[in-house]
Design a protein around this ligand. Structure first.
Ligand code: AMP
Ligand code: GLY
Length: 424
């Protein structure tokens, strides 16, 4: 089978790495990919959101299956577009992708189907939004409706900060159309966990648990990023809690969508706050998390291709999915300055040495080749993943590798998985 992966980050490198191991796969392509992916797949210079070129490539190259990594093409309707051409593709259709692409849509669905989440209201004018903020008080959370690369959420601890967020989204339109509507919601206290599941629109099979670290610096300080590291499993997510999340959140979400005429096929990601009154949804994503994917897929024992096929044929109930018992951890090495402005083109060294270490794999995110050199090409540059008998073992191996890798200005968190759970 000939497989195309869409995307260019660490998540897509992990997808390529896993899919490459399938005995079913004869040829693997990635659009646009990165320098790490290029070592295991043929990279095609087509942007992840260039739907027409991707369709043309899949058709002309007789691609049997396309797997989509990032949210933007899903929100733009890549799955609908491929299906209209009779091309097999893995991911939710545009209507289902609204769960991530529109926080207003997600909030309405949760309200209608009584899925626990923070109390909220939607606003399109700054005056009404600010009046609501003054009525509710702080802390309070302001969210841009649309996709904003993880930067559209402001947890405000002062009224001034909250009003400033409203001003930037609704008046200055810093997020463009994504910020034309905003959701203002109650601040939830508790521990944050993430649960990802495979679903065919009826059946749900949760994956092993994973915990991201979104803040840029140690002790959860600094601005939010796409994610600076992760580990799996997460002790906080006990089997009982997982069952509760499945019954109260995952299943009602998928069933609610189906009642709205939307069959969700793909990966569903829920970000949750475990509050004193139970788990509540912070956000939905309609794809694998990055870097959660880099700690989840190395634990997947089963071949990913038959799972994808079962989802696409709506026969997920007929298969079993097996996982390895080992622990995994990953540390993201980012460009100095990320998530703010940063420079690229820095020489990356040490990867050959790290390749010789046991139980470590470096997934590339923002890398490219310049002449003979591997250089940085993005905010998040590498995800150094390791596995071991315990979380500490996995972390020790990952950090040992991180210390060997060098590029100018590299920054990474030194406390990934330190507490096993993140403080609220
Ligand atoms: P989101 O992209 O919606 O997951 O928000 C990004 C981060 O903001 C989350 O990981 C939480 O740490 C925080 N956050 C979002 N919504 C809330 C909320 N209602 N209460 C407290 N923290 C929140
Ligand atoms: N790591 C969070 C995300 O992928 O959205």
């Amino acid at each position: 089978m000939r497989v195309l992966i869409v995307g260019s980050g660490g998540r897509e490198h992990a997808l390529a790495w896993k899919i490459k191991q399938s005995p079913r796969v004869r040829a693997l392509f990635c659009a646009p990919g990165n320098a790490g992916i290029a070592r295991i797949a043929q990279c095609i210079p087509i942007a992840a959101d260039d739907l027409e070129q991707l369709v043309a490539f899949a058709r002309d190259q007789h691609i049997d299956l396309t797997v989509v990594g990032p949210e933007a093409p899903l929100a733009a309707g890549i799955v609908d577009r491929f299906r209209a051409e009779g091309l097999a593709i893995f991911g939710p259709v545009k209507a289902a992708a609204q769960l991530e692409a529109s926080k207003v849509f997600a909030k309405q669905l949760m309200a209608k189907y009584r899925i626990p989440t923070a109390e909220s209201q939607t606003f399109t004018t700054a005056a009404a939004a600010c009046a609501y903020i003054r009525e509710k008080g702080v802390p309070i959370v302001i969210k841009a409706d649309g996709l904003a690369a993880g930067k559209g959420v402001v947890v405000a601890t002062t009224v001034a900060e909250a009003e400033d967020a409203v001003q930037r989204m609704l008046v200055n339109q810093e997020f463009g159309a994504a910020g034309c509507q905003i959701v203002i919601e109650e601040y939830l206290r508790g521990e944050e966990v993430t649960l990802l599941a495979f679903t065919d629109g009826t059946t749900i099979i949760p994956m092993v648990s994973a915990q991201d670290h979104k803040a840029a610096y140690d002790h959860d300080a600094g601005p939010n990023t796409g994610g600076m590291g992760a580990y799996s499993p997460v002790p906080l997510l006990t089997p009982e809690l997982q069952q509760q999340i499945e019954a109260e959140i995952l299943q009602p979400t998928i069933d609610g969508l189906r009642q709205e005429g939307i069959v969700y096929q793909g990966v569903l990601y829920v970000g949750l706050m475990i509050t004193a009154s139970g788990p509540k949804v912070l956000e939905y994503n309609v794809r694998f998390g990055d870097p959660e994917c880099q700690v989840i897929l190395p634990r997947l024992q089963s071949d990913l291709i038959p799972i994808i096929e079962a989802i696409n044929e709506r026969k997920l109930a007929e298969i079993t999915i097996n996982w390895h018992d080992h622990h995994t951890a990953c540390v993201v090495m980012a460009s100095g300055g990320y998530p703010g402005p940063y420079t690229t083109g820095k020489l990356i060294t040490g990867l050959d040495q790290v390749a010789a270490l046991p139980d470590v794999y470096v997934f590339h995110a923002g890398t490219t080749v310049e002449g003979q050199n591997l250089v940085t090409a993005g905010g998040r540059v590498l995800t150094v993943t390791a596995w071991g008998e315990t979380r500490q073992d996995a972390l020790d191996k990952a950090y040992k590798a991180v210390q060997i890798i060098h590029f100018d200005g590299a920054h990474y968190r030194t406390d990934i998985g330190r507490r096993g759970v993140r403080p609220s």
